[in-house]
Ligand binder design. Structure first.
Ligand SMILES: *Cc1c(COP(=O)(O)O)cnc(C)c1O
Length: 428
């Protein structure tokens, strides 16, 4: 049943099929609450005995239509939207790891996620071990502890542009009886579907390519529906023992492998933390997804051309883009991203921070922004912006050289982007 249609068709039509005389576009259900005839009806919803809507902090029909489309796109069994990518990654871990638990994460991850794990979740008593995205099988095994509850990584890391060996990370996670969670923001389901390579939970910052036009912050979690929580019941008591806040239901029993994870994240985490997507923003995300397959193709074509130009320039120290045959991740890219990776690349101009800053100031088509993966080309100098507080030595340790420029190719004309870069390089 799932994914009968090809990905392009799901981008346009997935998640919502109107009946006779119903709206063609998904309706925005701009309502905080929902009306019932009897208190008994309402009571069943509160006991999770019946499914339905009662309060938009937990669930909203517009959000669920968009979540259903993302679920179809990623090939999962259940999905939910969140107010941001940060909330999605937080929920994905906190749904199965508690105070006293441990999680293994690739060190090549988005800076915001690193802060969430290393600073904020650490305060909650969850310990993270960061390992290289290039870790060998033995190195991943060695990071496990008896209290490890999950392994986390990014398909294509922001801003390091490394490509993760998804099959390997998933395999080792499964050998230790824990799920592999992957943030698929940069690749999008158009270019990679991690569930097909063994991932259990997929997360997104929908703020990036899924929205694609820089209009709404959002996130999503999709469950592959394959992880057998009951087979590892001692590790995941939250899913396999009674929840007192819902009259003792056991999520893994009542909702099965297919539904337990997302139902628990909705019923507990969304109820208590309230990081709900607004239905209006969910509508914008859906509009973006309708053209995702068309845009990703152009993002990738532009990035390939820009990367090739940069790799030949004598003013450039290095370029990272897995579409370049000389790139360290070219082979992994060919395996996991055969149709293209994404529009984001990173590079360094010869010289130091001064040259990097001067180069960026000279750009006229690309704008300096704390944003990425947008229809409009933008760029950022992490050492001078998002990672400004770090010393050069700390930056190197985090895999972000002080001169790294993150350049996110939009869907403009590639020749205009290249001419813009060329004139900016001329001036340094
Ligand atoms: C931006 C981003 C996030 C955080 O998402 P927000 O929507 O900004 O909260 C998480 N992961 C990756 C890979 C990102 O690029």
């Amino acid at each position: 049943m799932v994914n009968k249609k090809r990905i392009e068709t799901v981008c346009v039509q997935g998640g919502y099929t109107p009946g006779n005389g119903e709206p063609r576009q998904i309706p925005i259900i701009q309502s905080t609450t929902f009306k019932y005839d009897t208190s008994e009806d309402m009571g069943k919803l509160f006991d999770l005995e019946a499914s339905g809507y009662f309060y938009t902090r937990l669930q909203n029909p517009t959000n669920d239509m968009v979540a259903k489309k993302l679920c179809e796109l990623e090939g999962g069994t259940a999905a939910m939207l969140t107010s941001s990518g940060q909330a999605a990654n937080f929920y994905s871990i906190f749904n199965i790891a508690n105070c006293g638990d441990h999680v293994i994460s690739s060190s090549a991850i988005y800076g915001g996620t690193f802060n969430l794990f290393q600073v904020t979740m650490k305060k909650m008593g969850i310990d993270f071990t960061f390992i290289s995205p290039d870790s060998t099988e033995e190195e991943i095994h060695a990071a496990f502890r008896p209290n490890t509850k999950a392994v986390f990584g990014e398909t294509i890391a922001n801003p390091a542009c490394s490509v993760l060996d998804i099959e390997l990370f998933a395999k080792v996670a499964h050998e230790h009886g824990v799920p592999f969670i992957i943030d698929n923001t940069f690749a999008t389901p158009v270019n990679c579907r991690p569930i097909e390579w063994g991932a259990d939970i997929v997360t997104h910052s929908t703020t990036k390519y899924l929205d694609g036009h820089g209009v709404s912050v959002g996130g999503a979690i999709i469950d592959a529906g394959r992880f057998d929580w009951k087979a590892h019941a001692d590790k995941f008591p939250g899913l396999t023992t009674p929840d007192d806040s819902y009259h003792g239901i056991v999520y893994a029993d009542k909702f099965g492998k297919e539904g337990a994870f997302i139902t628990k994240a909705t019923a507990q985490l969304m109820r208590d933390f309230g990081s709900i997507q607004s239905p209006q923003n969910a509508f914008y995300i859906n509009l973006g997804i309708e053209s995702l397959h068309v845009r990703m193709k152009r993002h990738c074509e532009n990035a390939q051309k820009v990367a090739e130009f940069l790799s030949k320039s004598d003013k450039i120290e290095w370029v990272r883009y897995c579409g370049l045959p000389e790139d360290k991740y070219y082979e992994l890219g060919k395996k996991y991203l055969p149709n293209g990776s994404c529009g984001v690349l990173s590079f360094s101009v010869k010289g130091g921070r001064k040259e990097a800053e001067k180069f960026m100031k000279n750009l006229k088509v690309a704008a300096i922004e704390t944003h990425v993966a947008d229809a409009r080309t933008c760029c950022l100098h992490p050492a001078n912006a998002t990672h400004r507080q770090m010393t050069d030595a700390q930056l190197e340790a985090a895999g972000i050289p002080p001169t790294l420029i993150r350049y996110s190719c939009g869907i403009e004309n590639a020749e205009d982007l290249i001419e813009d870069i060329a004139q900016a390089l001329e001036q340094i």
